[in-house]
Every structure is written in structure tokens, then in C-alpha cells.
Design a protein around this ligand. Structure first.
Ligand SMILES: *[C@@H]1O[C@H](CO)[C@@H](O)[C@H](O)[C@H]1NC(C)=O
Ligand SMILES: *[C@@H]1O[C@H](CO)[C@@H](O)[C@H](O)[C@H]1NC(C)=O
Ligand SMILES: *[C@@H]1O[C@H](CO)[C@@H](O)[C@H](O)[C@H]1NC(C)=O
Ligand SMILES: *[C@@H]1O[C@H](CO)[C@@H](O)[C@H](O)[C@H]1NC(C)=O
Ligand SMILES: *[C@@H]1O[C@H](CO)[C@@H](O)[C@H](O)[C@H]1NC(C)=O
Length: 273
């Protein structure tokens, strides 16, 4: 192939690329909404617009019911209300301009607020320095990656846990140790932070539960018990010794019982045998 042919081919290719490129850029489609997350079964305002001056057709494609709220006189934009969004979904905004169709997606996520937060305490009474476990549970909450569960004492965070995954129930196990003998007023807080999706923060807190912390000194108790046993033992040994001495003195002094025993007839002596 001659260098001329090669150059002309390159120019043709460039022209093709340029023209198809400019065709792509000829008009734009834009889809927007103030937030990208909506409460389950809620509705969302979506604005579907184009830079095309005179679009032939345009609209929003979804299997859900929708209403047109407002519309540009020449159809350059349409504002829709999409109803009853119950799961994560993608909305498709499309316009046709000069026989060409362009479209853009809007991903919408669904959230479920943490409705009921429960805190289980196990056990409900501990000794100072002893570890205890609390279980915090939230049911039917979405999306899990926006959720943080925190163990609170008098409104102050002791521990918190974040989540991942597609499940809708979240359980956090918190292990904590009571360091002073003051009882703890515990509660569990669920925070659903929807700000990255254009939403707000939703908080829900469980009923508070009191963990009784009691002072416990096992060494002192052992010392007291051992001392009492020791005193009892020493006393009984002393008592035995004193009684023994008394008995011995009596026996060696008068031979009373032994002498009487010896005086008994042999047959009688063998009877108790
Ligand atoms: C929809 O978007 C277009 C383009 O951004 C804007 O001009 C128009 O005012 C918007 N309509 C509403 C109802 O917000
Ligand atoms: C909303 O959608 C759900 C499932 O997608 C359906 O079961 C329910 O009947 C719908 N509610 C209304 C008011 O249309
Ligand atoms: C525990 O704390 C909560 C607030 O965090 C408070 O309403 C409640 O009265 C407290 N309970 C006790 C027994 O102090
Ligand atoms: C979670 O705990 C960490 C430290 O333990 C703290 O920095 C963070 O702010 C806490 N997050 C929330 C949401 O309370
Ligand atoms: C708490 O202890 C349990 C077992 O006792 C363990 O499975 C869990 O991972 C612990 N949690 C934390 C946050 O350390």
C-alpha cells in the first residue's frame, strides 16, 4: 500500500471517528433526583432532561407507576414522581433527537429505618473486673453498610460495630468489662447514615438496661474462712489437750475407774467385750 493511500485511509478513519464522536456529543441526556435513596414503598421525584432543542420523544422507563409533575413546553425536561419504590432499582431516562436515541440510568436504592432496637444483657449482674456480653439486634434494616450499632452508657459510646452484606437483620455482640463498682446504664443505638446517598441520618435507641456491678474480694473471703477454720482447729486441739491433761491427772491420782474395773469379777468384766 502506498503511503498516500495509507494517509487517506487514516484521514477517513479520523473523519469517521470525529463525526460519530460529534454525533454522540450532539445532545446529552441527564437524569437527576435530589436523593438516590428512598424509604421502602416511598416515592421519588426524578428530573429527566436533554440538551436537544426539539426532542421528538423522551421519558422515563420503569415498571413502577409514575406521574408527570411538570414538563418543559418543548419537552426538554420532564419531572416525574415514581411511586411505591420497594426495592433497589435502575430508572432509564431516554430522549430521541434527530432520529438518534440517548439514555442515562439513575440507580435508586431503598432504605428501611431501624424500627426496633433490642438490647440483651448477659448476665445482668457482674463483679468488678468481670467481662460481660451484650447483644444488640435490629430487624429489617437496609442498607446494612450504612448501619452502625453502638453500645452506649449514659449516652456515651463504649463500642460500635459496622456491617456489610445483603441481609436485613443485624446483630452486634459487644464484650465489655466493668472496671468500677458503679452500675452501668446501657442501651444500644442504631445509626443509619444515608448522607452518602443524599439522605439524612436516622437514629433509633433501645430501652436502657441497668447492669449491676458488685464489688467482690474472693481473697478476703478465703482469708476469713481459713482464719475461722484455723481458730476452730486450734481451739479444739487446745480443748483436747486440756481435757486429756485433766483426765490423765485424775487417772494417775486415784486409780479410781481402773481400780474399780480391776475389782470387777472376771465374767462381768468380759461382758461388754
Ligand atoms: C429539570 O432539569 C432541567 C435541566 O437541568 C432544569 O432546567 C429544570 O428546571 C428542571 N425541572 C425541575 C422541575 O426541577
Ligand atoms: C407497592 O409495591 C408492592 C410490591 O412491589 C405491592 O405489593 C404493593 O401492593 C404496592 N402498593 C401500592 C399502594 O401500589
Ligand atoms: C438510663 O439512661 C437513660 C438515658 O440514657 C435515662 O433516660 C434513664 O433514666 C437512665 N436510667 C437510670 C436508672 O439511671
Ligand atoms: C465508633 O467508635 C470509634 C472509636 O471506638 C469512634 O471513633 C467512632 O466515632 C464511633 N462511631 C460512631 C458512629 O459512633
Ligand atoms: C465477644 O465475644 C464473643 C464470644 O464470647 C465473640 O464471638 C465475639 O466476636 C466478641 N466480640 C467482640 C467485638 O470482641
Amino acid at each position: 500500500m502506498s503511503s498516500f493511500a495509507c494517509r487517506s485511509l487514516r484521514i477517513t478513519l479520523l473523519a469517521l471517528l470525529c463525526c460519530s464522536g460529534s454525533g454522540e456529543k450532539a445532545f446529552e441526556v441527564h437524569v437527576s433526583s435530589e436523593k438516590q435513596i428512598v424509604e421502602a414503598t416511598g416515592s421519588l421525584k426524578v428530573n429527566c432532561s436533554t440538551s436537544c432543542e426539539n426532542p421528538q420523544v423522551g421519558g422515563l422507563e420503569t415498571t413502577l407507576s409514575k406521574e408527570v409533575l411538570e414538563e418543559h413546553p418543548r419537552g426538554k425536561w420532564k419531572q416525574f414522581l415514581v411511586l411505591n419504590i420497594s426495592q433497589d432499582m435502575s430508572l432509564l431516562c431516554h430522549f430521541t433527537c434527530e432520529e438518534k436515541q440517548h439514555s442515562e440510568h439513575l440507580n435508586v436504592r431503598v432504605y428501611k429505618p431501624p424500627a426496633k432496637v433490642t438490647l440483651k444483657l448477659q448476665p445482668s449482674q457482674v463483679f468488678v473486673g468481670e467481662a460481660f456480653t451484650t447483644e444488640c439486634m435490629v430487624e429489617a434494616v437496609k442498607p446494612l453498610e450504612s448501619l452502625t450499632l453502638s453500645l452506649l452508657h449514659e449516652g456515651e459510646t463504649l463500642q460500635n460495630q459496622t456491617f456489610e452484606g445483603a441481609e436485613s437483620n443485624a446483630i452486634a455482640i459487644f464484650n465489655w468489662t466493668a472496671l468500677t463498682k458503679d452500675s452501668l446504664n446501657l442501651s444500644c443505638q442504631a445509626v443509619l447514615d444515608l448522607r452518602p446517598h443524599g439522605g439524612h441520618i436516622i437514629r433509633s435507641t433501645s430501652e436502657s438496661q441497668i447492669l449491676i456491678v458488685i464489688e467482690h474480694r474472693p481473697i478476703i473471703i478465703i482469708i476469713i474462712v481459713v482464719s475461722i477454720l484455723l481458730v476452730l482447729f486450734v481451739t479444739s486441739v487446745l480443748l483436747c489437750f486440756i481435757l486429756g491433761q485433766h483426765w490423765h491427772r485424775k487417772r494417775t491420782g486415784t486409780y479410781g475407774v481402773l481400780a474399780a474395773w480391776m475389782r470387777l469379777p472376771r465374767a462381768l468384766r468380759q461382758r461388754p467385750g
